[in-house]
Design a protein around this ligand. Structure first.
Ligand SMILES: CCCCCCCCCCCCC/C=C/C(=O)SCCNC(=O)CCNC(=O)[C@H](O)C(C)(C)COP(=O)(O)OP(=O)(O)OC[C@H]1O[C@@H](n2cnc3c(N)ncnc32)[C@H](O)[C@@H]1OP(=O)(O)O
Length: 291
């Protein structure tokens, strides 16, 4: 009952989670944090992590910390073998890193923020669980990083949604481990073009280039993710996990080896006047586009 009332509390607060009371039983333990709703279907061993930080699920320090803690809890839960990552905010998967965390703050804050970004990626990319991104909205930059860090991506076939690493369009540079993660997904040449031009791909182009694995009608994204999850979970965990680690370890080790210098690079890059100016101009352009 406690679980039910906590989730209903969140529903009232958000007003856009479309679950009925009947669906919410104690066999689906729910943890309703500030930014992420985690629902674990125990019999099946699959958790759904729903990002719910309106307006755009931007990855703030607070969000990233909660994400890493939630994922670690699931990782340590022997009853959980798979995670579906999706959004409870209509039309948005995630707008990527919270630009406000990179503007007008101290060097100490930037270092803490960047360590949290690294931690989120390390935990997601090396997860032993099967991870599936159910991309039900726009997915630029850090949102795209999260999605390509999963094992499989299903995107809503909505021509209004896009996905990609658009950092250069903001006048900033995706760090080497963003680059490695996308290159591991779409290959070197496509990554080179994609990063230099800061390309955001429509859902259909994303499928063509391989950033996503499958497109489905919007209302079927979660069901399709659940169906794919059961295929992946049919493989013995141990064999699948070793295969995943074999593919991903060199990329993970590269950041682990250079973690501190990567933080220093970020801090010295983001504290440059020219970069601060670019980020502020970009934030203003987002606001103007609205008006
Ligand atoms: C020598 C080599 C050196 C290399 C060194 C490398 C060091 C590392 C360098 C730094 C690397 C950083 C990597 C960065 C990664 C990122 O993720 S940066 C973030 C990029 N994100 C974006 O570009 C997305 C921007 N947002 C949008 O395009 C749109 O908001 C949307 C997602 C398509 C949604 O559109 P819509 O529904 O129309 O909402 P809006 O009205 O635009 O937005 C609503 C409010 O949200 C604010 N907002 C949007 N995005 C962000 C964000 N990312 N962070 C913070 N805030 C955001 C937006 O301003 C609106 O605010 P209000 O006007 O106050 O309502």
């Amino acid at each position: 009952m406690m679980i039910l009332s906590r989730l209903l509390g969140c529903q009232e607060q958000l007003g856009f989670l479309h679950q009925s009371k009947e669906e919410l039983t104690d066999s689906h333990p729910v943890v309703c944090n500030r930014n992420i709703l985690v629902e674990l279907e125990e019999g099946v061993g699959v958790a759904v992590m729903k990002m719910k930080s309106p307006p755009v699920n931007s990855l703030s320090l607070d969000f990233l910390t909660e994400f890493s803690i939630s994922l670690e809890k699931l990782e340590n839960d022997r009853g959980c073998r798979g995670v579906i990552l999706t959004s409870a905010v209509p039309k948005i998967f995630s707008a990527g890193l919270d630009i406000k965390e990179m503007c007008g703050k101290s060097a100490e804050h930037y270092a803490e923020f960047w360590r949290a970004v690294q931690e989120m990626w390390l935990k997601l990319y090396k997860s032993n669980m099967v991870t599936i991104a159910a991309i039900n909205g726009n997915c630029p930059a850090g949102g795209c990083l999260m999605a390509v860090s999963c094992d499989y991506r299903i995107m809503a076939e909505n021509p209004k949604y896009s996905i990609g690493l658009n950092e250069t369009q903001l006048g900033i540079v995706a760090p080497f481990w963003f680059k490695d993660t996308i290159a591991n997904t779409i290959g070197h040449r496509a990554t080179e073009r994609s990063l230099q031009l800061g390309l955001l791909y429509s859902a259909s182009d994303a499928l063509k280039i391989g950033i996503v694995d499958e497109l489905v009608p919007e209302e079927k994204v979660l069901n399709a993710a659940a169906a794919t999850m059961s295929q992946w979970l049919a493989i013995p965990d141990y064999a699948r996990q070793i295969s995943k680690s074999m593919m991903r370890k060199p990329t993970l080790d590269r950041l682990l080896t250079h973690r501190e210098s990567d933080i220093q690079n970020f801090v010295s890059f983001v504290t440059k006047d020219s970069i601060q100016k670019s980020l502020q101009t970009y934030m203003e352009s987002l606001k103007q586009r609205k008006g």
